[in-house]
Ligand binder design. Structure first.
Ligand code: EPU
Length: 366
């Protein structure tokens, strides 16, 4: 871990801080109380935050953390709110990071290094890269969420994971205000996983991500549905823009648009089975799809398991399972977080009974 010498400087003397503390609302940033969170989570769940702060620039993060050092309230750092399910009001402070900025830091003959502030919308960054002809994230087009959240669950789609393009992640420690930078290997990326979901959970705010993108591209279009889509589009020799277009078309066809139907993308992770457990399952279900992993285990699409337990297209009130992709739970309008989580638990139970597999939730539950 590289410590960045710039430690956030306290703006206030201890005495001034004590004066400020009783009135957290007096500082210059968007701070409000009892705020509805419906517009800040893509599931569209009605929940409230006791205090809500939206931080638009780095100095606001500094000021905010400086004050927070003297408060005990639970803190929830929110990016695009695209991987979260609120099951109740949040009895603490919800902080939305809305810092903006994309800047090229350096380049070689083959690569370009770009630093992106955490509050940039992920798909805006994908479009920026396409317009600059920077390659590496075209398969991740149209994924909802912000750049600052992408390393946390190591977003992935169509044969690519964001870890393949992340050089390093800059963050600030919530408790000692120390800024530091984690290299790619220090982030301990794995399938939908990283150090930010474990040791660093709730301890840091990711302030920016540094990407290593290609100038000479390696395309990833081996994924069956991308090949089919490119064929449909009549493209034989695709470039990065063509891949992004194919991915966009597939996603628009299979996945619900959160602006229209509330959802948080894949609700569950695809489970991994040992070779022996996989062969037993394959014996009973010869048509089960699977992907062999480098470590000899087999990944099974959770969507297939859910569909084969009869849940695809299921609806109970406004909570449901998407009709085109069983891995996605949806809120048709006024479902609350409890109804969604109850549905998720019933699905887990039936998968366990039928296939003997424990499905793990991918979405963060609060
Ligand atoms: N399948 C079914 N029924 C379904 C859904 C899937 O049978 O309802 C089976 C089919 O055999 C299909 C296979 O599952 O061919 C794979 O489906 P898909 O290509 O949609 O991929 P996935 O494994 O279900 C993962 C990611 C998605 C990502 C896609 C495409 C996870 C948890 N999900 O889904 O990510 O878009 O691959 O690469 O790994 C997300 O995280 O929000 C997300 C949408």
């Amino acid at each position: 871990m590289k410590i960045i010498t710039k430690k956030i400087k306290s703006k206030f003397s201890i005495h001034a801080k004590l004066l400020i503390l009783p009135n957290i609302f007096s500082i210059k940033m968007t701070l409000s109380d009892n705020v509805p969170l419906k517009d800040f989570n893509t599931f569209g769940i009605e929940a409230k935050a006791v205090i809500f702060a939206e931080l638009h620039a780095f100095p606001e993060i500094q000021d905010f953390l400086d004050i927070m050092r003297f408060r005990e309230d639970p803190l929830l750092i929110l990016g695009g709110g695209s991987n979260i399910l609120f099951t109740k009001d949040f009895k603490g402070i919800v902080v939305k990071i809305s810092t903006k900025g994309i800047r090229k830091i350096s380049e070689t003959d083959d690569h370009v290094f770009v630093q992106v502030q955490a509050g940039e919308v992920w798909d805006d960054f994908v479009n920026y890269c396409l317009s600059m002809d920077y390659g590496g994230i075209e398969n991740l087009a149209l994924i909802p969420g912000n750049v600052g959240s992408c390393p946390i669950q190591n977003i992935g789609a169509y044969g690519v994971e964001v870890k393949d393009t992340i050089d390093s992640v800059e963050m600030v420690n919530i408790h000692n205000l120390q800024m530091s930078e984690l290299s790619n290997s220090e982030c301990r990326f794995a399938y939908r996983d990283s150090i930010f979901k474990h040791e660093l959970k709730g301890k840091v705010i990711i302030t920016s991500v540094i990407f290593k993108l290609t100038k000479k591209h390696t395309l990833h279009h081996h994924y069956g549905s991308i090949q089919d889509e490119l064929k449909k589009l009549g493209i034989n020799d695709p470039g990065i823009k063509d891949i992004a277009r194919a991915v966009t078309n597939i996603r628009q066809c299979k996945l619900p648009d959160p602006k229209v139907i509330g959802n948080a993308g894949s609700f569950f992770k695809n489970p991994s089975l040992s070779e022996i457990n996989f062969s037993k399952l394959k014996y009973s279900y010869p048509l089960i799809p699977s992907y062999k992993q480098g470590d000899g285990t087999y990944k099974i699409p959770a969507g297939w398991l859910i569909e084969h337990c009869g849940w695809k297209g299921f609806r109970d009130g406004d909570a449901g399972v998407h009709a085109n992709q069983a891995l996605v739970l949806v809120n048709y309008g006024s479902a609350n977080g409890q109804q969604i989580i109850e549905l998720a638990k019933k699905i887990q139970q039936s998968i366990s009974e039928k296939f003997g597999i424990g499905l793990e939730m991918e979405v963060n539950i609060y």
